[in-house]
Design a protein around this ligand. Sequence first.
Ligand code: ADP
Length: 329
Amino acid sequence: MKGVIFSGMRPTGKLHLGNYFGALDNWIKLQEEYRCFFGVVDWHALTTGFESTEMMKENIIEMVIDWLSAGIDPEKSTLLIQSHVPEHAELHLLLSMITPLSWLERNPVVKEQVRDLDLKENMGYGLLGYPVLMAADILIYNANAVPVGEDQSPHIELTREIGRRFNSLYHNVFVIPELKLSPTPKILGTDGRKMSKSLKNNINISDSPEIIKTKIMSMITDPEKIRLTDKGHPEICVVFDYHRIFNKKELPKIEQKCRNAQLGCVACKNHLAAILSKSLQSFREKRKYYENNRQLVWDVLNKGSQEARKVTQTTLVEVKKAMRIDYVQ
Ligand code: ADP
């Protein structure tokens, strides 16, 4: 084994292509070489979704069904629910003492969320502390690497800074983790912005072929290409970007035909929808199995959370010892 991996996802429901190509695909490959911990980070979901928690349980199961159907193997990796491993919260509290507020206030990810979700003065203390909780999630496993999408890279940098600060204030307890990006770290949504559930521009990996087709048909292409006979500019077209990821084999042909006005946007989109649906077919079939065996998914999470605690409890002992707050009389 090359080392330890931790990564998490917020349980906000079914996964989209951004989650898959930005992170999950990398997780599946890394579980062969690393000791992997994959977390359902439900407390993170509360930082913005604290008002509507009625779907949390369902969202957890839907997301983990996606993980398992895509190829996460509980025999190789430990799957856990953050709130079932309470040491994450205790470490978060301790790390919050040593984290300067200025580090959190300059965090571009939170600024973006406040803007996208129109939070302004409704931003909670928990959302500001998101990177501290994430640092606790990662450092508690002494992870060497964290496979996430590009949007998370400022958070990984903060995790490293917090870990280094702890190590220099007290003792070298924490491994300082590296960011591990996938080859496709930023997937765009159907409107050309970063794919995200909150922007409603997502294509889910579990979407039916009909829904995939409708979503792809709604995508905006090169505005100068209105008719088949207009020459296109693939470099500014999101549909072409998708062909780049899902249809590598035909890419040169599609680019040439688009530029030479031999391929219309409707046909190009239809072709993309068919290819994407086909590539997700076996995933959809596996998904049906877990949908009919939900208890199996809970069993994996319960067992994984217990297993994770063996590691997190050991780390916390080390942390308290280093901080000299391990008093017993
Ligand atoms: P969401 O943004 O949909 O709520 P999360 O914030 O829980 O999803 O992210 C889960 C993982 O998916 C993270 O590693 C994140 O970097 C990755 N990710 C999310 N959106 C994208 C995207 N559009 N492109 C690439 N990776 C993404």
